[in-house]
Structures are given as structure tokens and as C-alpha cells.
Design a binder for this molecule. Structure first.
Ligand code: E4P
Length: 220
């Protein structure tokens, strides 16, 4: 399972990239709004910084507008994926984009039914939003598991991109369910590496090493 960052912050992207485990990036209009810079310049910087796929979201609400915007976004880099919402207009726009050979990521997906549509429409990725389902008292992980099972039974090759992940267990369970990609905020990315036993173990190794050298110096 590839690990993606769900951010438009170039600093966060650079840090995760330095760890050598960043598979790609997903952005959305809310994340770009946080950066308070021109979206075009932020997108360009991310596309250059990250070798993997970067999802750039359309903001038009009608099919023609989405398709036109999607064509422009796709031209920004070979690793650009056009994010379209799972709506009738989004499906129509994706159909037009696929005819031009442009890869799409269906976003705001909340049900297995919508995920079937995304696959039948030839989406490159489908993004079920786990955390937002949990927020309304539904079971986001159960929806993801069903989507992964349906895709396996049907032989769909659309990539399942587990999105709206809020904590490390979401990431672990997504991997177990068979998701192809998990996208998460930087805070969750950092939590993946943390374990108190790693920290205390490291402290103990360092202390024992120092003590050994102290004894050797005394004996010399
Ligand atoms: C995915 O592509 C979305 O940008 C994202 O995961 C949404 O997450 P949120 O529910 O934390 O905003």
C-alpha cells in the first residue's frame, strides 16, 4: 500500500519525501485555501517536488467546466491526476477526460455503490472518505472493506485510495483491507513512525554505550 500525504504544504511534503516513503500527494480546495497562495504555484511546486502521483481537484460544478479545468490541470505535469467529485456531472466530466487519456480520481465517495460507478467509469482511483463517514456515525472502515472486496471479486483495476484517515489504526486497517493507497494528514504520517518503546529503547542503548566508554576510559 502506498502512503500519500493529504496536504498542500510544501514543507510537510519535503519532510515526508526526505524519509523516502512518500508515494504521492492528494490536495483539495480546503487544503489549498490554508496555504494562502496562488493554487497554480502551489500545485506546480508539489508536482515538481513529488515523483509520485499528485491529485489536483476541479472546482467547477458542471460537467463541461470540470472537463475543461481537468484538461488544464492534467497538463501541469505527467504525475497530475484530476480529482472529480462523485456526482452525475463528475461522471460525465471523467468520461470526457478519459477519452483524452487523462487519469481521474473520484473524490467524495462514501458508499460501495459510488465506488462501483467509479470503477465502471474507468477511474484511475476511487477515494472513499473513512473519517467523514465515522463523523456521522457510519462505519467508514466497513465501507472500505466492502469496496476492496467488490473490486477483488469483479477484477476492477481502479486503485482504492483510502482517504480522510484520522489515525494510525485507519492506516493499518486500510492496508489489511487491501487498499492500494492511503492518504493522510502529516500529523498521522508522523504518528506512524512513533512508538514509546522505540524512544525508551534508544535512550537505554545510548546510556549503556556512554557508560561502557566511561568504564573503558577509567581502565585505560
Ligand atoms: C482526499 O483526497 C481528501 O482530500 C481528504 O482525505 C479529506 O480528508 P478530511 O476528511 O480530513 O478533510
Amino acid at each position: 500500500m502506498k502512503l500519500f500525504l493529504d496536504t498542500a504544504s510544501i514543507e510537510e511534503i519535503r519532510t515526508a519525501n526526505d524519509w523516502g516513503v512518500l508515494g504521492g500527494v492528494t490536495t483539495n480546495p480546503s487544503l489549498l485555501a490554508k496555504e494562502r497562495e496562488s493554487p497554480e504555484s502551489v500545485w506546480k511546486e508539489i508536482l515538481t517536488e513529488v515523483p509520485g502521483d499528485v491529485s489536483l481537484e476541479v472546482t467547477a460544478l458542471d460537467a463541461d467546466g470540470m472537463a475543461e479545468q481537468g484538461r488544464r490541470l492534467a497538463q501541469m505535469g505527467p504525475n497530475a491526476i484530476v480529482k472529480v467529485p462523485m456526482t452525475p456531472a463528475g461522471l460525465e466530466a471523467a468520461h470526457a477526460l478519459h477519452a483524452d487519456g487523462i487519469r481521474t480520481n473520484f473524490t467524495l465517495v462514501f458508499s460501495p455503490a459510488q465506488a462501483i460507478l467509479a470503477a465502471e467509469a474507468g477511474g484511475y482511483c476511487v477515494s472513499p472518505f473513512l473519517g467523514r463517514l465515522d463523523d456521522v456515525g457510519a462505519d467508514g472502515m466497513a465501507a472500505l472493506r466492502s469496496i476492496c472486496d467488490i473490486y477483488a471479486v469483479q477484477g476492477y483495476d481502479t486503485n482504492v485510495l483510502a482517504a480522510s484517515l484520522r489515525h494510525p489504526m485507519h492506516v493499518i486497517e486500510s492496508a489489511l483491507a487491501g487498499a492500494d493507497i492511503a492518504t493522510m494528514p502529516f500529523a498521522v504520517f508522523k504518528q506512524l513512525v512513533k512508538h514509546p518503546l522505540t524512544d525508551s529503547g534508544l535512550e537505554k542503548f545510548a546510556a549503556d554505550w556512554k557508560a561502557l566508554h566511561g568504564e573503558l576510559e577509567k581502565g585505560a
